[in-house]
Design a protein around this ligand. Structure first.
Ligand code: PRP
Ligand code: ZN
Length: 285
């Protein structure tokens, strides 16, 4: 039987999010101990746990069929892979940072400087596009300590919370790339594997759509419904049910998490009561 081989990061910033997405997609895998691969019970998928830096190469070479990996790594390595979609987690940015004492007044301040990074390709392309000529010092890890040990005047590294920069006396001055976890796939897959990938994608799409939405139910004077409906950018039109109380109705709809708090305040002002907010597991379109 054909199975889709999907790689995820073995341990690191994307591991938990990747496992969670697969679990919420209803795909059950059991990883025993330090095992490097495991098969799903209820879906034709096999998971491989790899170092993130190795993932694009394995996908390009069809050693694995698809993977969850940071866009930063995909862009840096420029391998031949298909980026299928962003997954909305593992958000971070690749930024240039300088020591606190560096007299930075703009990108021009970096002219002729030495910048330490694990992302020489992305940084090189960026500097070229900005007309900055600087020396790129490639180092594979602990980029943040480079200025202290004389390996660079500045650094270009991933920033998530910013605490690594801060604890090393560095100040972020310029974002070079916004990144998040992405689903990638080999350039060519057999029709059977392509079909499994489609099914996998159908599930993850449903999970990801649901993550950004809440199901809302509320009670409202029937006469206030037009005002309330105007506030609700629902999926289609909201459902309205009569309450066992003359002049009152119950209204059900879906709102995006992003608008959620703002809408709830306005709903109350418009006369809504007993507002319930429920999580949604899947949204199929
Ligand atoms: C990145 C980066 C920093 C840290 C920044 O490393 O190199 O060390 O995360 O995060 P913060 O802003 O929250 O402090 P990562 O854990 O991704 O490891 P890797 O690049 O070696 O895979
Ligand atoms: Zn890594």
């Amino acid at each position: 039987m054909t199975t889709l081989r999907v790689a995820i990061q073995k341990s690191g910033r994307l591991s938990d999010g990747s496992r969670k997405l697969i679990a919420e997609s209803g795909i059950e895998v059991e990883q025993i101990g330090a095992q490097l691969r495991s098969a799903a019970y209820n879906f034709p998928l096999e998971l491989l746990y790899l170092r993130d830096d190795d993932i694009p190469e394995y996908v390009a070479d069809s050693v694995v069929d698809a993977a969850v990996v940071g866009l930063n790594i995909v862009k840096e390595q420029e391998r031949e892979v298909r980026v299928i979609r962003g997954l909305g987690f593992g958000r971070c940015r690749l930024s240039i940072a300088v020591p606190k004492a560096f007299p930075y007044t703009g990108l021009q301040s970096l002219q002729g400087s030495k910048i330490a990074t694990s992302y020489p390709n992305i940084l090189g392309t960026y500097l070229l596009s900005q007309g900055i000529s600087a020396e790129i010092q490639e180092i594979s890890g602990s980029v943040e300590i480079a200025p202290t040990i004389g390996l660079g005047d500045a650094v270009c590294d991933l920033v998530s919370s910013g605490s690594t920069l801060m604890s090393n006396g560095l100040v972020e001055v310029q974002t070079v790339l916004q990144s998040e976890a992405v689903l990638i796939a080999s350039p060519t897959l057999s029709p059977e594997k392509e079909e499994i990938l489609e099914k996998f994608l159908f599930r993850t799409n449903a999970v990801l759509r649901a993550r950004n939405t809440k199901y809302i139910t509320l009670n409202t004077p029937t006469e206030a419904i037009p005002r309330i409906v105007e506030l609700l950018p629902g999926m289609k039109s909201p459902s309205v049910l009569p309450l066992n109380l003359p002049g009152w109705s119950s209204l059900h709809t879906v709102v995006s998490e992003d608008d959620f708090w703002e809408i709830v305040e306005k709903l109350k002002q418009a006369g809504a009561e007993g507002i319930l907010v429920l999580p949604i597991e899947k949204v199929i379109e």
